[in-house]
Write a protein that binds this ligand. Structure first.
Ligand code: ATP
Ligand code: MG
Length: 565
């Protein structure tokens, strides 16, 4: 179909190195949405054909290592072969029907990727969850999603068995394990006996493909519904323009398998471009292992979260050489310039920041070749009309702060979620005038660059001023004593609320006179940013409360300040 051809068009013509034309990128990204679309059939199997015909570099589709010498490499053909077997396991042995929901809770093991593709082939709705979920979290997910099947490993199976009687819809349990377990199907064993012949279901482009949980930074995670085209086609904007991927690239994204970010950068964006998905089985984030892998393997594109980059640059990186690496991106939270500068000094590479949500594909990004304005999220991605809007849904002029919105009327763009599952009031609350309201505040400058101010909930109102924590944190982080910081509102009898900074000190500063240090840090902020933004209250803490994906939970700190928890 036309859209698939458009997907596979060589994007390099529009963005040769060192030359970037934003307008031509927007022109280049005009996709027609076909009536039927299935990523497995319309993208992956097309790459298999190209691979067989020798029309693609001999790069694997999937490359997995575990750091202990074990390695898995699959071509697109092998990925097709294995995922068709698993598709047969799902539809035959587990009798799952199109539209049935499958919860997938696995660490970074190859079967996680196979399940992603098998769900596409069978039209079952994938619901990924992180392995750090507790029994209670999983119960909530199983019940609220009415999932019929769960796929997990030895570690979580006992928790599932304990709650399964309370989940009346759950009828199939598959385990990825060397051992068998009572009441469970052994996924690898079942695949051995399954046929490799399977006809991919013909899914409508707007049929539900997956449900992703949001990160839960500002409350409990929301279930976000995505169609086959929203990520399957929409994420081509990430793959082509932000990640700058081609079939010769090897892409490594470090995010946990439980979040939409994995769908973004470990599944759809690289495979749309025919690139290799690289992954390192790492149960925990270990900076030195990451640096070793990054220098040892021919990884060309690297994607990580700001916290992860912060942890990496805190290491001595002089003994590593990153010979293949050519493009680095970050998303999920704002990245402060102290980190991007150190990364550039240590690797010679810029970090291209991107902004998006579980609900969306890339909303704004710094695209390869574009001038980076440090601290800015770049320009709107060609997938969306992004505007700064006021409380009545009117578009605000450059320089004015407001809500970051995506135009959804008269036409809803396809890279956007359909709804929060089973939560119509929450879904409705995101609409204002012609816009989907992201819940983030920002502004656009005269050159069309977008600047993140804060999550709407994190804005501090002090003596009539509106203060975004990110700007204050950026100033704080530039001070040599500060390892990390989080800024929230705190009650004040005169001003209503004031700026309070929670600071994790660098080890060398822990023994300094704290009163003196607080004064010094406050003076530093007054000089770096507008004086009214300086933190009137400062507290040193051992570590910041974070989500599993490493995002600062300011709401937790704020609630403590206001004693609402
Ligand atoms: P929840 O919605 O459950 O509170 P969450 O919003 O953190 O969690 P995600 O969908 O994973 O869940 O994250 C999207 C949010 O992350 C954005 O709305 C924005 O607040 C933040 N974000 C992502 N990228 C950036 C960025 N480059 N700069 C600033 N903020 C970002
Ligand atoms: Mg959110």
């Amino acid at each position: 179909s036309g859209s698939v051809r458009a997907l596979h068009k060589d994007n390099r013509t529009a963005t040769p190195q060192n030359f970037f034309n934003y307008e031509s990128m927007k022109q280049d990204f005009k996709l027609e949405i076909p009536e039927y679309f299935n990523f497995a059939n319309d993208v992956l199997d097309q790459w298999t054909d190209k691979e067989k015909a020798g029309k693609k570099p001999s790069n694997p589709a999937f490359w997995w290592i575990n750091g202990k010498g074990e390695e898995v490499k699959w071509s697109f053909e092998e990925l097709g072969f294995l995922s068709r077997k698993l598709a047969n396991v799902l539809s035959e042995a587990c009798s799952l029907q199109r539209g049935d929901r499958v919860i997938l809770i696995l660490p970074r093991v190859p079967e996680w990727w196979l399940t992603n593709v098998a769900c596409l082939r069978t039209g079952t709705v994938l619901i990924p969850g992180t392995t750090q979920l507790t029994q209670k979290d999983i119960l909530y997910r199983l019940q609220s999603s009415k999932a019929k099947c769960i796929i997990t490993n030895d570690i979580l199976a006992p928790a599932i068995d304990a709650i399964a009687p309370k989940c009346e819809n759950l009828h199939s349990k598959l385990i990825v394990s060397q051992n068998s377990r009572e009441g469970w199907g052994n996924l690898k064993e079942m695949m051995k006996h399954a046929s490799d012949s399977h006809t991919c279901v013909k899914t409508k482009h707007n049929e539900m493909m997956a449900i992703f949980f949001t990160s839960g930074t500002s409350g409990s995670p929301k279930m976000t519904g995505h169609t086959h085209s929203s990520f399957g086609l929409g994420l081509s904007v990430n793959g082509r323009f932000w990640l700058d991927l081609t079939p010769s690239d090897v892409m490594w994204n470090t995010s946990d398998t439980g979040w939409a970010k994995s769908a973004w950068s470990s599944v759809f964006s690289p495979w749309i471009q025919g690139a290799c998905v690289f992954t390192h089985y790492l149960p925990r984030f270990e900076p030195t292992s990451i640096l070793q892998t990054l220098s040892k393997y021919p990884i060309t594109v690297f994607c990580s979260a700001p916290t992860a980059y912060r942890m990496l640059v805190q290491n001595d990186m002089t003994s590593y050489k990153f010979e293949s690496l050519k493009h680095c991106v970050s998303a999920g939270e704002p990245i402060t310039t102290d980190v991007t500068e150190q990364w550039r000094n240590k690797t010679g590479l810029d970090i291209y920041e991107g902004y998006g949500q579980t609900e969306t594909v890339l909303i704004c990004g710094n695209f390869k070749g574009m001038k980076i304005k440090p601290g800015s999220m770049g320009k709107p991605s060609p997938a969306f009309d992004v505007k700064i809007v006021d409380g009545n849904g009117n578009v605000l002029p450059p320089g004015q702060e407001g809500d970051i919105g995506i135009q959804v009327l008269p036409n809803r763009p396809f890279g956007l979620f359909t709804h929060y599952v089973d939560n119509p009031s929450k879904t409705a609350s995101t609409l204002r005038g012609n816009f989907y309201i992201t819940g983030d505040k920002g502004y656009m400058d005269e050159d069309g660059y977008f600047w993140f101010v804060a999550r709407s909930d994190d804005i501090i109102l002090s003596s009539g001023y509106r203060i975004g924590p990110f700007e204050v944190e950026s100033a704080l982080n530039e001070h040599p004593s500060v390892a990390e910081s989080a800024v929230v509102s705190s009650p004040d009898p005169i001003r209503g609320e004031v700026v309070k900074a929670f600071i994790v000190l660098n080890p060398d500063y822990k023994s300094h006179d704290q009163e003196q240090l607080i004064k010094e840090i406050q003076e530093h902020v007054k000089k770096t940013t507008a004086p009214y933004k300086y933190p009137r209250k400062v507290e040193f803490i051992q570590e910041l409360p974070k989500t599993i994906s490493g995002k600062t939970k300011r709401n937790e700190l704020r609630k403590k300040e206001w004693k609402t928890i």
